[in-house]
Design a protein. Structure first.
Lengths: 219, 219
DNA sequence: TTTAAGAGTGAACACTGTTCACTTTTTGAA
DNA sequence: TTCAAAAAGTGAACAGTGTTCACTCTTAAA
């Protein structure tokens, strides 16, 4: 289905959307390969055979362009985490799966995850999270989702109830974010850096989620 | 004591060290206030009344200059964490204190901590950590220190022994790093963002360390 | 006093994001 | 089909960046 480009759109508009998409495509490619530093407007323009100024007919600024890449990336994370939530099985297993999937999806595109949290600009996006009802799954709201996941665990008596769901979720998210960040930033993180450990990424993620969920359990 | 500038140094050399220090001082000021993005060679040159080219007589590149700031910063972190280790009291309290102090010290200069982990360049530094004997405290080696702290806990039977000390330390460091990173990046992190929580930074750090150490305990 | 080393500089190079006047193409209506 | 308005696309420029290089000037030692 190609709804967006077939209803209520003239040929000109469809053409425009195609060029716009080609810019994003080229940006995505460069971004994934070399990160945000390798991405320059002039290089992008070269790659799609337009002048640098042309890009500004489609995006207000480089930041706006990159923000759109990040938005799509976060939507991807949320989708994956959400499907982990909808799986069957005991609560603790679903919870563990969600934590893992967050980190794994984040690490599918390390450059994206890095960029999303290294720019100060990118964090303004989080302002939107405030006015979000976290009872329904929302595009940008991976955190609100985590909160309700935690709340469910508390109701079931499987997670500690001496702190609020939000507080618990913040701690968990911090830990997930830290692991994802270190793996993304330090080449060969769990296995050989900063110390030769022989610990595979898989084993590390397992241990990490295990520690977190144990610490989040009652008593 | 001003050893470095009084023995084996000519007046010229002392003068040189003074200029060099003034560059670092100016850089430190700008860096702390506005982060690495606000720091430009020309601006630095303006502030110390030299030409931009002059700075290259003292530092090979901007990166080299910033690396020196980071190095001092990490030394500061290690110093503080080390003094927490040397405090008296039960092991678990000392351990908790170390975790807290790491995050608190990191957050004394959020811009530094951000910069240290946002540049890919900065991570090359970690190569040095490999050839470090983690039984003795080393300038740059906050991680190796954490490993021995964990090892002590395992020997005392206060931390789980089903995984290696290095693995456990990695997980803990990840979690600390994540919390520090989020607080540094998201203005008003635990209190109001991404959700109004009323959770003070202090309470959050307490909860975070509590969760981690519970998850790291045996059984 | 002379000489060589080192400190300091202005101008330039190659890059960046961005803007703006300008031309070209496309569109919708008379 | 013609014509004006709108939109798409462009080259040149601006202000900024890190960095280099030939050059001057000061300092230190012979």
């Amino acid at each position: 289905m190609d709804d967006a480009s077939s209803h209520d759109t003239s040929p000109a508009e469809r053409r425009r959307l195609r060029v716009r998409a080609s810019i994003l495509d080229a940006a995505e490619k460069v971004f994934a390969a070399e990160g945000s530093e390798g991405l320059s407007i002039r290089r992008l323009a070269d790659e799609i055979d337009y002048s640098p100024a042309a890009i500004y007919k489609y995006f207000g600024s480089k930041e706006e362009l990159v923000d759109e890449l990040k938005e799509a990336f976060f939507a991807e994370i949320l989708t994956h985490v959400d499907s982990a939530r909808l799986s069957t099985g005991p609560y603790m297993e679903r919870a563990k799966s969600c934590l893992r999937v967050y980190m794994e999806t984040a690490l599918n595109k390390p450059q994206h995850y890095m960029a999303a949290f290294s720019d100060v600009q990118g964090m303004v996006e989080i302002d939107e999270w405030e006015e979000v009802d976290h009872s329904q799954s929302n595009k940008h709201n991976a955190f609100a989702f985590l909160v309700s996941m935690v709340a469910e665990g508390q109701e079931r008596g499987e997670l500690r109830q001496d702190v609020s769901d939000v507080a618990l979720a913040m701690s968990l998210w911090s830990a997930l974010h830290g692991a994802a960040t270190l793996i993304a930033h330090i080449p060969g993180f769990p296995e050989t850096k900063p110390i030769e450990s022989g610990l595979s990424r898989d084993a590390f993620l397992d241990l990490h989620t295990d520690i977190l969920l144990r610490g989040a359990q009652p008593q």
